[in-house]
Ligand binder design. Structure first.
Ligand code: HEC
Length: 187
């Protein structure tokens, strides 16, 4: 009889053990989006809400960039573009692949489908599949990613380089991902 109770007791302990392990975890605090350091300065909230001239124009409810302003707008946006120190606009496509689908970095896949294996891509932007076989030169692609407004005024596509979210080197890596014949985008 005593033996029976000991056995029953150990069964109860055993049955409770997994339940104890599954204690609810405290909610994870989402990490902030890492930002590349803009010219060595720390980014503050005040910096982020300050609008530059282009942003003021693009958020004007009376009308945005009129036809006669477009040329000047493009010139001003082009002036904001910086290039990698070594001048190479095409980097490492494998690194570019990671950046493209990292929601904390490029987050490009949120709007663009490019690799057929990526099923969770968004369709706000044009499909970039076989992008390397189109007639775009790498300078255009680099500048478009650094500052999309240098080609389409007030585009919904964020200005990755202007806002310091991607460094010139990281943008060059994404250029390689879009152009390289080895990249899954062009296979
Ligand atoms: C919020 C959505 C959005 C995000 C995020 C976004 N894009 Fe775009 N992208 C667009 C839209 C919309 C267009 C078309 C209008 C334009 O050219 O600005 C576009 C256009 C482009 C073009 C030009 C295509 C062509 O044929 O000329 C390229 C290249 C491009 N995006 C690459 C990227 C890359 C690389 C990233 C990530 C660093 C990215 N986009 C992030 C929305 C987005």
């Amino acid at each position: 009889m005593k033996k029976y109770f000991v056995l029953l007791g150990s069964l109860v302990v055993f049955a409770c053990a997994p339940a104890q392990k599954e204690k609810p975890k405290p909610a994870e605090v989402p990490k902030s989006v890492p930002q590349a350091k803009v010219e060595g300065k720390r980014h503050t909230f005040e910096d982020d809400i300050k609008q530059d001239e282009g942003q003021k124009l693009c958020s004007n409810p009376q009308g945005t960039v009129s036809a006669d302003m477009v040329e000047k707008f493009f010139q001003e946006q082009k002036r904001l573009i910086k290039y990698p120190p070594d001048g190479k606009l095409v980097g490492d496509w494998k690194k570019g692949e990671q950046l493209f689908s990292n929601p904390r970095k490029g987050n490009c896949y949120a709007c663009h489908c490019a690799d057929p294996k990526e099923l969770a891509c968004g369709n706000i932007g044009p499909v970039l599949r076989h992008y390397g076989q189109r007639q775009h030169d790498v300078k255009y692609t680099y500048e478009k990613i650094y500052n999309s407004w240098a080609y389409v005024p007030c585009s919904i596509m964020y200005r990755a380089g202007v806002h310091g979210i991607l460094t010139p080197q990281e943008i060059a890596d994404i250029v390689a991902y879009l152009h390289s014949p080895e990249s899954p985008v062009n296979k």
